[in-house]
Write a protein that binds this ligand. Structure first.
Ligand SMILES: Nc1ncnc2c1ncn2[C@@H]1O[C@H](COP(=O)(O)OP(=O)(O)OP(=O)(O)O)[C@@H](O)[C@H]1O
Ligand SMILES: [Mg+2]
Length: 454
């Protein structure tokens, strides 16, 4: 593909800019020959943060840095920090050692190509292979060479400072940071306090290793100091990480969970208002025969409201402690409701589940509420003792909840009813699970099985 085709397909460049690059590309092999190097033109792409190689040339007397042509390939910031520094700042950059995307070690020079209104439209890159050193020193140097490259690719800004507080080394991220915060160039040999007066405290502190957070302008940074005090050198590393985005995200999350908590609070209050209205209706206006029906609805509303109460009391808003929730509902039905006819007890056993999605919690609460109500209402004959057991069992990704009673045993209802239909619908539609109820040797066993992790 030609320079023009690539520019039109991938970049925002105007016709005049593309002409400039076309002219430049005709001279590219001349520049490459003169420097005995590889030369490229990279342009920023329209979308995303990378650049694209639109032209290349290799000096005829040298072996190319790359095994294959690279025109049309993308260049990424993580691998080509110098290219992006120049694209952003419009300044020249010369890196003694850089690693190409194909892993070769090169000496790299990058200069901006300017178009209309002095805008940086592309960069001209020259890369020369660094010649292999003699065999003897090679092994020793290899490690050193590669280690010294690492800082070039690190997102953190690294400053090495001598005992007079002057800059000895900066990585590309540090150079970018200075130009962004101080709006000036970062010059080696200058005092670090010229750029960051706030570092005086950090450098003055006696500790050899120090980590602290610092606000510079509108940004928040984590500053790490390492002092390398030995006989030969007395230098200090300062490593800076930008925490601004992280802190913003944290703040956003906190305010979201406050909002969720507030919504839960309102839902709970509204449900309790509905319950009070039903209670009032029962007390004053309802005919005697409709009171039991109102009571059933009242309990249904209260059991959903108790889910919200438990969610609000817990530290997380989107999760609930399932055992605590079921215990609260069961105790409420068995110990506090009017069913003076029998002496009833309820027990809970099995695997603990401290944290379950609150949506699941609400559905399970509704189901268990119906099941325990049925035990209390249908299982025991007047005057007899009764025992209800709720058992939780994890089975891989599924949870089984069994509600068992030692009463008269389940038999299908003759008249139409709502409870079991509510249970089936909730289990199948909301919990994506299965429900069964049957008579056992001593009483009734109802079981709900569903995947409990979302
Ligand atoms: N634990 C149980 N022991 C004995 N019989 C039961 C038990 N659970 C349910 N049943 C029988 O199943 C029938 C249907 O229960 P379902 O919950 O659907 O209706 P209900 O409890 O009668 O009315 P509601 O709609 O108020 O729940 C009950 O009427 C009862 O005969
Ligand atoms: Mg029922």
């Amino acid at each position: 593909m030609t320079v023009r085709e690539l520019c039109e397909m991938y970049t925002h460049l105007l016709d005049k800019d593309i002409q400039i690059l076309e002219n430049l590309s005709t001279n590219l092999s001349l520049i490459a020959n003169l420097n005995k190097a590889n030369v490229f033109i990279d342009c920023p792409v329209r979308e995303g943060k990378h650049a694209i190689v639109v032209a290349e040339a290799c000096g005829h007397s040298v072996k190319s840095v790359y095994d294959h042509p690279v025109v049309g390939k993308f260049a990424y910031e993580a691998f080509e920090p110098a290219v992006f520094y120049v694209l952003r700042t419009g300044k020249d950059m010369f890196v003694n050692r850089a690693l190409t995307q194909e892993g070769a070690m090169v000496q790299q020079s990058v200069v901006p190509v300017k178009g209309e209104c002095n805008r940086v439209i592309a960069v001209l890159i020259m890369e020369k292979v660094i010649h292999e050193e003699p065999e003897t020193s090679k092994q020793f140097d290899r490690q050193d060479q590669q280690n010294s490259l690492v800082p070039e690719f690190i997102e953190e800004s690294i400053f090495l400072i001598n005992n007079q507080n002057r800059l000895v080394y900066t990585n590309p991220a540090a150079i970018n940071l200075v130009s962004e915060i101080c709006l000036t160039d970062c010059v080696l040999g200058e005092s670090v306090f010229d750029y960051f007066p706030g570092f005086a405290d950090v450098l003055a502190s006696k500790e050899d290793i120090l980590v602290k957070e610092m606000n510079i302008g509108k940004k928040i940074f984590q500053i790490k100091k390492f002092h390398l005090g030995n006989k030969n050198s007395n230098e200090t590393f300062i490593i800076i990480r930008d925490l601004t985005e992280l802190r913003d995200k944290e703040r956003e999350l906190i305010s979201k969970s406050v909002a969720i908590r507030e919504i839960h609070h309102r839902v709970k209050n509204n449900l309790q208002t509905v319950a009070s209205l039903l209670r009032l209706q029962m007390r004053i206006g309802a005919p005697e025969e409709s009171k039991p029906h109102l009571l059933v609805s009242l309990n249904r509303v209260l059991s959903i409201s108790s889910v919200y109460e438990i969610i609000l009391a817990s530290s997380q808003v989107d999760h609930v402690d399932l055992l605590e929730l079921i215990r609260k509902i069961g105790d409420m039905i068995v110990h506090t409701e009017e069913h003076a006819r029998q002496s009833l007890s309820i027990e809970y056993s099995g695997d603990e589940l401290h944290s379950i999605d609150s949506d699941i919690g609400i559905s399970v609460a509704l189901v268990v509420n119906e099941l325990i109500h049925n035990c209390v209402k249908h299982a025991f004959e007047e005057g007899t003792e009764g025992k209800i057991t709720v058992c939780f069992q994890k089975d891989g990704p599924e949870l089984e909840i069994q509600v068992r009673d030692d009463g008269i045993g389940y038999s299908q209802a003759l008249k139409p009813s709502l409870g079991l239909d509510i249970i089936r619908m909730t289990v199948e539609n909301d919990l994506d699970g299965e429900f069964s109820i049957h008579r056992i040797k001593e009483g009734t066993l109802a079981s709900v099985r569903f995947p409990y992790k979302r």
